[in-house]
Design a protein around this ligand. Structure first.
Ligand code: B1M
Length: 231
């Protein structure tokens, strides 16, 4: 629908374009988000900066208005869909090929929880850093984590939870690992907006990861330490 108010994204400077992306994400305009991501890439932005400074920053605004009852589930779904459109363009760029193999991670969102944007971001960044990632998707019971980690010979089990009601399930998975005598076999990393360092410690995870970049750094550091210990 072209009218005189139509905004030509390519004519905006970087700052205006990022603000416009936040608006477009808020309005769930997937095509506009995809176009803007392409424009920023052409202008030399790194995929990571586009993710964090435009897409994640925009989603934070959506989250605040969702919390405050200004936005509702259908609108947030559209915003999430628009964000995924942008992420799909960035994924192959974040996932470099030929990076040395760092280790293997099985990751999924826990049972009862269907939020997957943050988890997908972690998967992408981990792959970009040279980890092999087996993505279990959403709503995962204990068996999915443990059976897949065993079958795949994973080094790391990653869990994501976005709801205060689902985050305790992470402990269920960790306790099941303990019961099976498998706890020390895996590094268990947890993340998601409602978690914090203390919670990670309390449930017996190896580390809480504030964001995807921290997940990558923590995984690299812990895998290296483990290799050194074994060596
Ligand atoms: Co939901 N939701 N939601 N939601 N949603 C939240 C989480 C909420 C905080 C919104 C709010 O009220 N402000 C709130 C939870 C409140 C609480 O628990 N106390 C909430 C609610 C209540 C709900 C429903 C119950 C709403 C309803 O139905 N009435 C419902 C629950 C459904 C369910 O899961 N059973 C629901 C549904 C949905 C949608 C389906 C509409 C949609 C999800 C779409 C999708 O994911 N495909 C949605 C969305 C989009 C959100 C918000 C707005 C955004 C989440 C997001 O994608 N953030 C969210 C508000 C918020 O978090 N501010 C909200 C962007 C993403 C990049 O960040 O996921 O935090 P995040 O991931 C970060 C880090 O946390 C970390 O790294 C990521 C990247 O840096 N990280 C990890 C995440 N996982 C990790 C795993 C790791 C490591 C790091 O492993 C190693």
């Amino acid at each position: 629908m072209a009218d005189e108010d139509d905004i030509i994204l390519s004519e905006l400077d970087d700052e205006e374009l990022v603000l416009q992306m936040m608006d477009d994400l808020y309005d769930g305009l997937k095509e506009e988000i995809e176009e803007a991501v392409e424009i920023l890439l052409e202008r030399g932005w790194t995929p990571y900066d586009i993710l964090t400074k435009a897409l994640v920053a925009g989603m934070t605004i959506v989250g605040a208005d969702f919390r405050d009852g200004i936005l509702f589930v259908p609108e947030v779904l559209l915003a999430a869909n628009a964000m995924k459109g942008g992420m799909a363009i960035l994924k192959p760029l974040l996932v470099e090929t030929g990076a040395p193999r760092m280790g293997k991670m099985v990751i999924g969102t826990v049972k009862g929880d269907i939020h997957d944007i943050g988890k997908n971001l972690v998967s992408m960044m981990m792959e970009g850093a040279g980890f092999e990632v087996v993505d279990l998707g959403i709503n995962n019971p204990v068996e999915n984590y443990i059976d897949t980690a065993e079958k795949e010979g994973a080094d790391i089990i990653g869990m994501s939870a976005l709801l205060t009601t689902t985050m305790p399930y992470m402990k269920v998975v960790i306790d099941a690992l303990k019961e099976k005598g498998l706890r020390d076999k895996y590094l268990v990393l947890v993340g998601g907006a409602p978690l914090n360092e203390e919670f990670g410690k309390a449930i017996g995870a190896d580390a809480y990861c504030r964001d995807a970049a921290v997940a990558v750094e923590t995984a690299k550091h812990m895998i290296a330490r483990r290799h050194n210990q074994m060596g």
